[in-house]
Ligand binder design. Structure first.
Ligand code: KG4
Ligand code: ZN
Length: 360
């Protein structure tokens, strides 16, 4: 029996520099190591990811992450069967840094190189963590992404809808900033919302009145600004209760829209084996509860991979690379970095490009 392939994965498309070693086969994978160096502190003062700073930090950290991932896996570069790297979509400087590092390693060690779509990495994660069978529906909700994907195979995806402006994580972060709460905004808003009354302020449910699975979050954020301004004008500022009520109202509106559109996406698909979620916003407890109910109503299991594999990581890139490797796909030194790279080429382009780079 041939030895199970060993794949080294690299990820640097946004603000996390990551490397991982994964052992195949694709239907029984084992993560031997997965290390991530976050750049959150470097960008904190700027209110968003600064592409130049991100690219430089990736270049500095990629070698270290690869060394650490190999050491933790107890493997040498010579043991690796292929090198998988995120070659898009994302911030061009970061993607380039990863692709160049992977090319250097592949050429130096004489190993095959495989370019991986970052979104495919997220979309295939439920298979890596839970062995989800095709087809399943995936909702990707993070600070950089928001889309529904029907996953039919390792390289076959159908996008049913996505955000036309901000990603939900971006909206949580902006609402936190508007209300003077710490970043990242998602956990702050969630914590404030616990003491709040979600019914006090009537916030909009954007695009719910239109058919389809597209989403929009920028109007919701504007409605929060307007409410804050009205309160400030009327009473000279916000009380802690106002803040909690506004957070609760925003969180309920975001969860309503995501749950409502998820129900539509599930209804639009046949024969699904599961409904899975990924991305940092999937950590939100009220959203999780709503999505669990939606999955139950559609009679499919709800899968939420552990948070370390929901957010950006290289194990998912190694896994997508492993499936491509098993299918015989290889890239060469002409592999290029693609800032935009929609998984579903037939779907209409998404409008939003966001503070974390292209959304598709
Ligand atoms: O997937 P992720 O770690 O990074 C990228 O977007 O690349 O997602 C980060 C986003 C941030 O916008 C953060 O505010 C949001 O996920 N987030 C949350 C929660 N925890 C993190 N949003 C809502 N509720 C949470 N509990
Ligand atoms: Zn991502």
């Amino acid at each position: 029996m041939p030895r199970a392939p060993l794949i080294l994965g690299l990820e640097s498309s946004c603000d996390d520099t990551a490397a991982a070693v994964l052992r195949g086969p694709g239907d029984a994978p084992a993560i031997l190591s997965s290390v991530v160096s976050s750049q959150t502190d470097l960008h904190a003062a700027f209110g968003g990811v600064v592409p130049e700073i991100a690219a430089r930090a990736h270049t500095e950290k990629l070698d270290l992450m690869v060394e650490q991932a190999l050491a933790e896996a107890g493997a040498a570069l010579t043991d690796i069967d292929a090198i998988a790297v995120t070659s898009g979509p994302g911030l061009i400087g970061g993607v380039l840094a990863g692709v160049m590092a992977a090319k250097g390693l592949a050429m130096g060690a004489g190993k095959p190189l495989i370019g991986v779509n970052h979104l495919a990495g997220h979309a295939l994660t439920p298979r890596l963590t839970d062995g989800a069978a095709f087809p399943y529906l995936m909702l990707l909700v993070s600070g950089g992404h928001c889309q529904f994907l029907r996953v039919d195979g390792p390289e076959t995806f159908r996008r049913l809808g996505g955000t036309i402006d901000d990603a939900p994580g971006e909206a949580f972060d902006k609402v936190a900033r508007i209300l003077g709460l710490p970043q990242p905004g998602g956990p702050s808003v969630q914590a404030e919302a616990r003491a709040g009354d979600a019914t006090r302020f009537a916030l909009p449910r954007p695009l719910m009145d239109r058919p389809g699975c597209d989403l929009s979050f920028s109007g919701l954020k504007t409605a929060v600004i307007r409410t804050r301004d009205q309160l400030t004008e009327a009473q000279g500022g916000l009380t802690p209760q106002d803040r909690a009520d506004l957070c609760a109202a925003f969180q309920a509106a975001a969860a309503d829209v995501l749950a409502g559109k998820s129900a539509r996406a599930l209804a639009a698909c046949q024969g699904l084996t599961a409904f899975a979620v990924a991305g940092g916003v999937a950590a939100n407890q009220s959203l999780r509860a709503r999505l669990t109910t939606v999955a139950e109503a559609a009679s499919v299991p709800f899968l939420a991979p552990p948070l370390s594999l929901c957010t950006d990581n290289a194990a998912m890139i190694a896994y997508a690379g492993l499936l491509a490797f098993e299918a015989g796909r290889r890239d060469d030194m002409t592999l290029s970095a693609r800032p935009r790279w929609p998984l579903d080429r037939a779907a209409k382009p998404l409008i939003g490009s966001g503070r974390k780079g292209a959304k598709a």
